[in-house]
Design a protein. Structure first.
Length: 148
């Protein structure tokens, strides 16, 4: 077999339709667009998003998207009941110890202790933020709260 013997399989290739290249081509004069009307003209037709005169979806949607506070601080949340499970009496609860025990996923995120659950051990809590019920429970158990 030589290079000049190669040819595509029958029916696998078709010639491109050459539109608007004279009447002899079969696609001359109106170039397959028909006579007159919006779609026969250059640039004619409806644009994307046109819904037949109905108010389009992009105009039915609300215009303004509300407000996002750029100064918002997201805290990693830990409850006092969880601290009671994980820590022994007299231990210090801080970001490093919480990270080491797998309670928080990153040391860079500020931590807040909330008051869900009960605490029976005296712990030293050195955390970014503590809710009032959590502080009351920790201090009632004999522990101390130190906001760093």
């Amino acid at each position: 077999m030589q290079l000049h013997d190669l040819f595509p399989a029958p029916g696998s290739s078709k010639h491109r339709k050459r539109i608007g290249r004279g009447n002899g081509s079969g696609h001359g004069s109106t170039a397959g667009r028909g006579d007159k009307g919006q779609n026969s003209r250059a640039g004619g037709g409806k644009g994307p998003g046109f819904e037949g005169g109905q108010n389009p979806i992009h105009m039915r949607m609300p215009k303004l998207g509300g407000f996002k506070n750029r100064g918002r601080v997201e805290y990693a949340v830990v409850n006092v009941g969880r601290l009671d499970e994980l820590f022994a009496a007299g231990e210090t609860v801080d970001v490093d110890s919480l990270f080491a025990k797998g309670v928080i996923k990153a040391k860079t995120v500020p931590v807040k202790v909330l008051g869900d659950g009960d605490i029976t051990k005296a712990l030293t809590v050195k955390i970014d933020k503590v809710s009032a019920p959590a502080r009351a429970k920790v201090e009632a158990a004999g522990g101390t709260v130190d906001l760093s």
